[in-house]
Design a protein around this ligand. Sequence first.
Ligand code: MN3
Length: 243
Amino acid sequence: MNTRRKFLQDTALLAGTFGLGANTVSAGIIPKSTVYLDKLTDASGKYALAPLPYAYNALEPVIDAKTVELHYSAHHKGYVTNANKAEEGLAKARETGDYALIKHYEKELAFNLSGHMLHTIYWSNLSPTGGEPSGALLAAIVRDFGSLNNLKAQMGAATSAVEASGWGILGYLPATGKLLVLQCENHQKLSVWGIIPLLVIDVWEHAYYLNYQNRRADYIANIPKILNWITIAARYEVAVATS
Ligand code: MN3
């Protein structure tokens, strides 16, 4: 069996399509028992909320416990619920042949499923300990942005300048083999087809307002203190290996 195929099989077994790299996991960098997977569905195929990989207060003082609790258990959960409702509405439409509400359900699906996906990645992007990128990911950052500082500056500026509710995103585009920084409005606008998000920063007000009020830039400036570069690198390894 060739190495790439074996890697893909191992990766699929351990982590699912969007999960963490088998090499990182099997190397013991992340214990299997604590790996947080970007898994969007449960065993029945319904969208489901995965457990938070840490306690609500684990990200303090950068993000306070109440914000994490509300963000995860109310906001993220709401996107999961509404993505399932959209799927149910579309199933009913197919069953009855009545597509009068097609625009509504397709829009709901894009918004809520994208919200579910980005929040799932967001939780795994954060950790109480923080760190810095290294290895293949750092090399790609230097190749595509010139330096880690350039990436941080562009990512910070792009994320701060998102109009209203949205995200800053570092992604990998298989079609070019390059990393890109994008802004995202809501959960699904301003993206590029095919991009695989590696690092996402939520700048909806619900992500920071209890603690930072209108100081979005302060929240963004503090995020690097709690970035989990191990899971970001693992996501990059999978993105490169599967494309
Ligand atoms: Mn959010």
